[in-house]
Design a binder for this molecule. Structure first.
Ligand SMILES: [Zn+2]
Length: 387
């Protein structure tokens, strides 16, 4: 019989693959698939739409029926360049009760526990199935989750609850804001600045959109928060511009201005409404530009979309996690996850995973041995609950 690896041995292996979001994750996916296959577990790769160097992986154990609990993790990690690491980031180094390595906390620790639980579940007499969903590109906009869910449902009976193992110190996190990002390109018309009334200064028109973001933040902050929004810090939808470039000289009206404008939307406000309001403002500014030079324009490119996670009333996933962890605190977080995609696809969804988000993306990222053990205990109880 094939060897059953410990969670720690699986973690060592997963961390050894440098699956930075910009690079391939295939060696990791193939290793997991081979490992599952060696135990007779069916799994399927989900190839990336455009990048042949990336794939997701889905697996199912237990009876061939609907209602599985899905264990969802991403396989990509953030870069290590420029970070002062004291150890090799792609090797798990245990020191002072901590497991150091890129992704140990976010979130290969959970991935390792999920792979371990799938194999343990396979050898248990499960009455309720477990499914594994390993994705790519989470760190660059959660774009891998939605198509992965489709692939999962093509091959296996549909699951009903999802546990997204982002670091939450093994507590239940039931909500987060949604994210919506745009690349904005304002295309103006160049003239000598002494004749600026005949040109279209892309920077100065772009500034009107940025000022709109300031106005929206002030307005949102001033209004009373809805019941879900009130649990967030801050309790309102924020509009943020984090980078900008444009123009070529002091005395030329700028031809181009590029900036990124991102929304973090509280779950009780509508993404569509915010997009519509933003586009209405863009149309207004564009009309002013085109009144001067008809060819000038503003182009919007959707950069990412991370649906918010809405706390569920009497959610099954939340109830399950509370039952297994004994955690009764209500908690929402400000980081985005793939949970919103699962919830959008009809799954009851909760976030629960080992480690502290404060460790994620840091040099010398670590997962405490105690949290990893707590995660293993959680998986053991999960298997019992499904048996
Ligand atoms: Zn993560």
């Amino acid at each position: 019989m094939a060897e059953r690896l410990s969670p720690r041995a699986i973690l060592d292996k997963l961390v050894s693959f440098p699956t930075v979001s910009s690079d391939t994750n295939l060696p990791l996916i193939e290793w997991v698939q081979d490992y599952l296959t060696s135990h007779g577990i069916e799994s399927h790769q989900h190839p990336h739409e455009t990048d042949p160097a990336k794939a997701g992986l889905v697996a199912h154990v237990g009876p061939d029926i609907e209602g599985a609990i899905v264990l969802s993790g991403h396989t990509d990690v953030v870069p290590v360049e420029g970070q002062p690491w004291s150890t090799d980031p792609f090797e798990v180094v245990e020191k002072d009760g901590k497991l150091f390595g890129r992704g140990t906390c976010d979130m290969k620790g959970f991935d390792a526990l999920a792979v371990w639980a799938i194999v343990e579940g396979h050898y248990s007499d499960l009455k309720r199935p477990l499914q594994l969903a390993l994705s790519y590109d989470e760190e660059i906009g959660c774009t891998g989750a939605a198509p992965l869910i489709e692939t999962m449902n093509k091959h296996f009976p549909r699951g009903s609850s999802t546990i997204v193992g982002e670091p939450s110190m093994m507590g239940a996190v039931t909500g987060h804001k949604g994210g919506q990002g745009f690349n904005v390109h304002v295309r103006g018309f160049e003239v000598h600045s002494s004749l600026m009334h005949t040109g279209v200064n892309a920077i100065m028109y772009g500034a009107k959109l940025i000022e709109w973001a300031n106005e929206m933040n002030a307005e949102n902050r001033a209004k009373e928060a809805g019941p879900v929004a009130a649990t967030f810090e801050p309790s309102w939808t924020t509009v943020h511009v984090g980078m900008i470039e444009g123009g070529t000289a002091h005395n030329i009206t700028a031809l181009d201005c590029h900036f990124g404008l991102d929304f973090r939307i509280v779950p009780d406000e509508s993404r569509d409404d915010w997009i519509a309001r933003f586009k209405a403002k863009v149309a207004e500014v564009e009309a002013e530009m085109q009144a001067v030079v008809p060819e000038s324009h503003i182009a919007l490119q959707e950069k990412f979309y991370v649906p918010g996670l809405m706390p569920e009333e009497a959610g099954e996933a939340e109830a399950l996690v509370r039952q297994l962890t004994g955690d009764n605190a209500s908690r929402v977080v400000s980081y985005g996850t793939e949970g919103g995609h699962f919830q959008d696809a009809g799954y009851s969804t909760v976030i629960c995973g080992p480690g502290d988000i404060a460790q994620a993306h840091q040099p010398d990222e670590f997962l405490s041995v105690a949290q990893f053990e707590a995660g293993k205990g959680f998986m053991q109880k999960l298997i019992v609950a499904c048996s």
